[in-house]
Design a protein around this ligand. Structure first.
Ligand SMILES: [Zn+2]
Length: 177
């Protein structure tokens, strides 16, 4: 028997020939299959990428000006377009949201877990630094701020919360007993 089925009922018609799709078992799961041309629809994850920019013990956060989670804070980033390098996506999103260029300095982690129906399947976190300092929030961001590990505002997404929790834990571990 297939494992627990994860489906999107909006996928109803074959992308190749337009016939109505049937759910049939293929490669261990029930998947939308085309009875006319045998095309199988595979659900792929949406990918997001984000920039962890830390200076003097403070983290750069942006306040979301759009839904979902408008008014809450997160780190600069966004969805990776199809055929786009995730590193390029972070540079693009930072230019859009912060109005400045950034330089990526490393790869921190990949955090999996879709948080809402149109959310990312996983988020790629890069460490980064600002190339210039004249921040100008724009695009889907209305404010930019620097926050210490223990003075964080309300964060928009669980993936970011898991990274900041790790940051807090690492700082706590550095304190003398
Ligand atoms: Zn078809």
């Amino acid at each position: 028997m297939p494992e627990a089925t994860r489906d999107d009922p909006a996928v109803r018609f074959c992308a190749l020939c337009g016939a109505a799709l049937l759910r049939q078992e293929r490669q261990g799961a029930l998947r939308p299959c085309c009875p006319a041309c045998d095309h199988v629809h595979f659900f792929d994850p949406k990918v997001a990428a984000a920039a962890w920019i830390e200076e003097d013990g403070r983290l750069l956060l942006v306040r979301r000006a759009v839904m979902p989670q408008r008014g809450l804070w997160t780190i600069p980033g966004g969805y990776v377009d199809a055929w786009e390098d995730p590193a390029s996506a972070v540079l693009r999103e930072c230019a859009e949201e912060l109005g400045v260029a950034v330089e990526l300095t490393g790869l921190l982690d990949i955090v999996a877990g879709r948080e809402h129906p149109r959310g990312a399947g996983f988020v790629i976190f890069y460490s980064a630094r600002l190339c210039t300092r004249n921040l100008q929030p724009a695009d889907d961001v209305d404010q930019v701020g620097w926050f210490g590990a223990h003075e964080l505002p309300v964060l928009a997404f669980e993936a970011t919360r898991s990274m900041t929790a790790r940051w807090q834990a690492a700082l706590g571990a550095q304190k003398p007993a």
